[in-house]
Design a protein around this ligand. Sequence first.
Ligand SMILES: [Zn+2]
Length: 449
Amino acid sequence: MKSLARSPHFLFAALLLLQQSLHAQDKNYARKIVDTLASPAMHGRGYVMKGDKIAADFIAAEFKKLGLKPLRENGGWFQYFSFPINTFPGNMTLQVQSKGRKKPDPLQPGEEFILRSNSPSIKGTYQVIRADKQAVATESGWQSFREKDLRKKFVYVDTAGISDKKQLRLLEDFVKYPRDVKGFIIPVRPSPIALEEGHNCSRMLPLDLAQVQSTVPVIEISAPADSVTHITINAQAKYIKSYKSQNVLGYIPGSQYPDSFIVFTAHYDHLGHFGKTAYFPGANDNASGVAMMLNLAAHYMKPENKPKCSIAFLAFGAEEVGLLGSRFFTEFPQITLKNIRFLVNMDILGTGDEGITVVNATLFSSEFKEMQRLNAQGSYLPQVKSRGKAWISDHHFFTEKGVPCFYIYTLGGIKAYHDVCDRSQTLPLTKFDEIFLLLRDFTAVIDNR
Ligand SMILES: [Zn+2]
């Protein structure tokens, strides 16, 4: 070794390797994390086939491998909490019979159709009646529509071309407060990227509706349904009254101020399965944030990067169900909330071509200015954009409890979101390294305060 080390070639190679490990290694680790969390084995990190638990076990194992300590005094990685949830673990088939077609056309679950997350099981062949602009054009017309016997029929609700707010409201309320109707079909808002030629991805609403099961199924379909006369559906829903999920909590003790905390949070859960075969990979939302969190943990575990304050890494569950994991944590915090110097929540960090948005920037303007200064100094991202308060991710309940915090998400690049197209293979991690460096610089400022 000694003689080799004297060779200039060896030195050069060693330097090159070191440089690579400083810049490229992080991204490789990140890619591995995103690949794993978004893989079929994680079942979309939801509540079918214990996807959430498999993901939580994986993250806890990574925490352990990196050398973090469990945050809980009992020495466990997990903080458990329970909630009711509607799931789609089984059959999920839909055929639509359109006028002029000899046979019904099968639609692909997740791509061409989706069920609203609170939908009950439904099986059978049903006639489809249309409720559109014409149906609400006059009061008497709407009244006679509502007098129809729809108990064994699906209603295709199409609000296209309606500008009158009152008329729009009639149709919206009809779906919102269903009565004497078998089910609804509504046009989906397709996500802007196509899985492959001719296939769109249907967007799933957040699961906050899914804590209660509705009595009436709502099918969202991406193909035009104007000429659909009948549907044949076999969709199996399973309502779980009390599902036990968990947060995964680790930390690195500070060398000088172990009672003061800098906190990184990212939710690891996603939307789970839609039927037996389709699942939501959630690569950008939010395997990318977990990948950043684990990279930061790896960085601060190195002896040369040891922080003065403690750094906590909180991987929250059930964010998609309505910020349940982070809410539970703020109700039963394992850190005295007053001792948090600053918290950064990371949710959707997979692109960054157009920079990042910082939620709560207007609330914590001096920290935001600092972040902008650090970004300019390192020439990391094209922009660090300011946004005010927003109840959209896990920072929310911390904000409400007076914890200084930001929520950061990337801008630009691919737009797959809450659909089966949010896959690791198409997630670019464009500015992953730059965001990592910005967070590192920002942490140093807080740590040295
Ligand atoms: Zn998310």
